[in-house]
Design a protein around this ligand. Sequence first.
Ligand code: TXA
Ligand code: MG
Length: 334
Amino acid sequence: MSRQKPQIIGVDADQPSAEALEPAAQALRSGRLVAFPTETVYGLGANALDEAAVGRIFAAKARPATNPLIVHIADLAEVDEIVADWPALATKLADAFWPGPLTLVLPRRAGVPASVTASLDTVAVRMPAHPVALELIRQAGVPVAAPSANRYTEVSPTRAEHVLDSLGEAVDIIVDAGPTKVGVESTVLSLVGERPEILRAGMVTCEDIAKVAPRVVYAGPIQPDEQASRPSPGLARKHYAPRADLRVIDDIDTLLALVGAAESAAWVVVELFEGTGPRGPVVVMGDDPDAYAEKLYDVLRDLDKRGVDTILVEQPPQGGRWRAIHDRLSRAAT
Ligand code: TXA
Ligand code: MG
């Protein structure tokens, strides 16, 4: 018996046709799973208000029930269905960054299924800056819970092919609008503590947020001994990981030692230092953090496909827009 799943629907990234998206919107309304592009990565969506549909997300990803989901909306009015208390600061942040790669953690409304929030009394919400995501959510007429559309701990998908490779027939429909632009997951900002706190770094930086929320804090990537005490269970350290061993290299001696030891090493560099790398694939990422983020996951998946056993990454520059990249590389290296 041949299975037809998943159905793949190709749409224009900038001007998706409402007609082409209708089967996907219908699938969401009827409790099925739809992978769709956002500006960051592809999400695995289900009706956020349908407990059974949300359960299917966790099953498809083999994701622990303790890891809460982000609810995606297309219209600010939809927050009323999801969020119990929307502070003035949230309005300011939404004005500044939505639609966009910023997720806000706020008190949860009772109607949101406990599985969405992993039984926390808070809920994560964002309005993605992607015409396809916005049109799909609007047409579905429901808020859409969506984690990244990959199996648990894998690198997030930035192309429809990645979703197919990772989830296969566990997903009903994949909406394909080509590669995503931002390339790493949204910044997660909690507004329920004493001060606004960044729980996950993203391409909306601490400095960007500070212009609107001057008291914002960012404690930095979670450390192994803090896992139990930090507020976002999804921030477990091993995450976003390729199959190959990944090492971030900040000095030439370590590089030379590792190159000597590796069977097949790839070398991912900001800029190429002539003659310093291992024999094997060399990927030049360039020194623009936005371009680096955009291609990072695609590069890691591609190197896995090529079967390299070690990925050596030249340490990128520090600070600002590089922070999310350092964060993901350090998790990938765990
Ligand atoms: O860019 C993104 O955020 C993508 C696209 C699809 O929107 N989504 C994504 O989802 O990366 P996911 O599930 O892979 O990551 C969601 C993150 C996790 O770190 C999770 O722990 C955190 O958001 N999160 C969700 N709800 C939370 C809550 N109530 N409190 C604290 N953290 C929460
Ligand atoms: Mg994820």
